[in-house]
Design a protein around this ligand. Structure first.
Ligand code: AMP
Ligand code: MG
Length: 407
């Protein structure tokens, strides 16, 4: 048996960040930049109005009050859009809309609310300070500024900023493409009638969704029966579009454990007993001409998902170039006694709550690796390390916080 850390270490030695690719901005959403994004021009690009109002010279309106307003002729309108040739000369003003370039000669903008909103002449009831309501060129970004550094992850705001400085394409690490295959002659596509002894394939939907949640692009191939030739043909077919292959089932020591048989033949895949519960049998290695990483996960749904959390998700994050690789861990106390086999790391399905500033865990499921409904109630996994058999009520325990949605 090898430890969880040893197995993960081996995986992370093999799996490397994907090579950078120029992508359309929106395709790059969620990806990590591998270049600095530099502004070729300032932002704002020109002095413009922050409000709808009147572009004026402060000197002309300095005396304006509600009781003794200043009345100015309005010599024209400027809207957001093409630059206007209008000038504001002494003793006049120009009506201006939000985002429009402030005309030459004006030094401030009076909000329409301080006026009567006039079109030919305007009654101004308050004096602005110089520069009021003018967004200055370059006050957000100077020309040549690095607005996004290599290594930044592109969320909505970063996407907006890249667009604002004129980028339609960016260099990023692409999302890994993950192909998901379920193996088992007992499996039936969800929604199809079950014959005797048949069960619905839960793993390929679950692992595909988990891969997407981890930031990958995932292709669900679905079910392959326990037939070595069928499995080999499927894997060879799928290799062209896969940065990672994930299979479930067929990795134990049963007579029909074909994944073990086929993967051992196709590449440098080894099958190990990893000292964990659930998820003890694990296959990992590379296959095909491009040494594509392949994970042979156990078939029980909870084992498959906990294995994904423990090994596949960190690998996908490494490929994406995001850190940390692992889920956040918090220290909690347990309300109830927790038990674990002495020689294994246990991942126990628990609810995590915050009580008086203290994280508290409560078991929500038995430990059977087929108890998927139990896992659906878990917001976290309590990690009981090797060498610990029992955690008493009130004792501390480390917890992996599962975030259940989002990428
Ligand atoms: P195996 O690792 O192939 O021996 O499968 C272990 C257990 O998990 C068996 O009870 C299988 O029926 C079950 N199992 C395997 N694959 C799936 C799947 N895709 N969805 C649901 N259960 C599965
Ligand atoms: Mg099987």
């Amino acid at each position: 048996m090898i430890s969880v850390a040893q197995h993960l270490g081996r995986i992370l030695d093999v799996v490397q960040p994907l090579s950078p690719l120029a992508m359309n901005l929106l395709e790059a959403h969620g990806c990590v930049l591998t270049e600095d994004v530099v502004a070729p021009a300032p932002l704002p690009g020109f002095d413009n109005s922050a409000v709808d109002g009147y572009a004026v010279r402060v000197a002309d309106v300095a005396s304006a009050t509600a009781d003794d307003p200043v009345v100015l002729p309005v010599t024209g309108d400027v809207a957001a859009g093409p630059a206007s040739p209008l000038r504001v000369s002494a003793g006049s003003c120009v009506r201006i809309m939000t985002g429009a370039a402030v005309p030459a000669g004006a030094d401030s903008v009076i909000p329409v609310e301080w006026t009567d909103g006039g079109v030919a002449t305007v009654v101004i009831r308050r004096a602005p300070v110089e520069g009021a309501n003018v967004r200055r060129v370059g006050e957000d970004v100077a020309s040549g500024d690095t607005v996004l550094a290599a290594g930044s992850r592109l969320g909505a705001v970063q996407i907006g900023l890249a667009a604002a400085v004129g980028r339609s394409r960016v260099l990023v690490r692409p999302r890994p493409r993950v192909v998901v295959v379920s193996t088992g002659s007992e499996l039936v596509e969800a929604g199809q009638p079950l014959g005797p002894g048949r069960i619905a394939d839960a793993n390929s939907p679950a692992l595909t969704a988990a891969a997407v949640e981890a930031g990958a692009i995932a292709y669900r191939v679905g079910i392959v029966p326990d037939d070595p030739r069928a499995l080999e043909a499927t894997l060879e077919d799928q290799l062209v579009r896969a940065d990672v292959l994930v299979t479930s089932g067929g990795v134990s020591v049963g007579a029909y454990d074909v994944v073990k048989e086929v993967l051992s033949r196709l590449g440098t895949v080894s099958f190990d007993k990893v000292a964990m519960q659930p998820g003890m049998p694990q296959g990992f290695g590379t296959i095909g001409p491009e040494s594509t990483p392949v994970f042979g996960l156990p078939g029980n749904p909870v084992s498959a998902l906990v294995s994904f959390e423990t090994f596949v998700r960190p690998a996908l994050r490494k490929m994406l170039g995001v850190t940390p690789l692992e889920r956040p861990r918090v220290q909690a106390v347990t309300r109830f006694e927790l038990r674990s086999p002495l020689a294994k790391t246990s991942y126990l399905r628990v609810g995590l709550s915050l009580e008086k500033g203290q994280h508290v865990v409560t078991p929500v499921s038995g430990t059977g690796s087929h108890l998927l409904a139990g896992m659906s109630r878990a917001s976290a996994l309590a990690v009981i390390p090797e060498g610990v058999e029992r955690v008493a009520p009130g004792d501390p325990v480390e917890v992996l916080v599962l975030e259940r949605r989002g990428r």
